[in-house]
Design a protein around this ligand. Structure first.
Ligand code: ZN
Length: 276
């Protein structure tokens, strides 16, 4: 064992992704005394502006949106007790096919090696034992999420460290239940993968999920972190169900272990299984 604290590093694309995908584990592991580091790659400037103004519409000022989202991200991190927030500051690339994909400074057009070198510096600094990011499709095909996967994979090579590495996922069984609840709450929710939805089928069959972490006790913190991203409220489906229902329904976060150092048996219920 070493004298440095066990460390979790989560690499996310935009302000708000930390809460959606990993709010539970960030809060839980912080409470267990593990050092938590959040790396947010983009400035979120393609998010909604004040009063829900969409990017490209009159009154959408990308710089102002980025500044607002930074404040929201900091508030979210306070709710989740994130120990260290690191922002790489790349331009939000927008959804696949948007002009923002190719805008100068966008994360999507940044060479992987360039961004990975900066992330590798952070990995050398914090020496994470566990690194979490998205799968190769960015979970749902968003270019910045795909790029986060690519730079994380490359940064691990550059930094020469071998942590446990996880990709976030969602069990298909839960996606179905989630869809039911969303419709119950009157949200316009099209099942991913259905004809109506722009999003392809996401998540994994339950048996392909390696790691199920119980975050029930941290549902309130996760909900508050999501709510801190108020400017994006229209896009955060979870908020529509309210705190009570949310904590009831969303008490587990799931991952696929893609790199291991411990031989901890699968399925496991702890990202740090075998490390403590
Ligand atoms: Zn995102």
């Amino acid at each position: 064992m070493t004298d440095r604290p066990l460390t979790l590093m989560a690499v996310h694309a935009h302000p708000d992704d930390e809460a959606t995908g990993t709010g539970g584990v960030l809060a839980r592991y912080a409470a267990e005394g593990i050092r938590t580091v959040l790396v947010t790659c983009t400035d979120g400037a393609c998010g909604d502006g004040p009063q829900g103004v969409k990017p490209g519409e009159a009154g959408h000022d990308p710089a102002a949106v980025a500044a607002m989202r930074r404040r929201e991200l900091e508030a979210s991190c306070e709710h989740l007790k994130v120990g260290h927030l690191e922002m790489l500051g790349y331009g939000d690339s927008g959804m696949m096919g948007w002009a923002a994909n190719d805008a100068p400074g966008s994360f999507w057009t940044t060479p992987v090696d360039e961004a990975a070198a900066r992330l590798a510096d952070l990995m050398r600094q914090y020496r994470p034992d566990v690194v979490v990011t998205y799968d190769e499709n960015g979970f749902y095909g968003h270019p910045d999420h795909i790029q986060a996967n690519r730079i994380t994979t490359r940064a691990l090579e550059l930094a020469g460290i071998s942590p446990k590495v996880y990709w976030t996922t969602a069990p298909r069984s839960m996606m179905a239940r989630f869809g039911e609840v969303m419709r119950e709450f009157g949200a316009a929710w099209d099942e991913p993968g259905s004809e109506e939805s722009e999003i392809p089928e996401i998540g994994l069959p339950d048996e392909e999920i390696t790691t199920w972490v119980d975050t029930t006790g941290f549902g309130g913190q996760k909900f508050d972190a999501l709510a801190a991203h108020a400017s994006q409220g229209e896009n955060i489906f979870f908020l529509k169900m309210g705190k009570e229902k949310f904590t009831q329904l969303m008490g587990v976060e799931t991952f696929v272990r893609v790199q291991d150092t411990t031989d901890a048996a699968l399925p496991e219920n702890d990202l740090f299984a075998g490390l403590r």
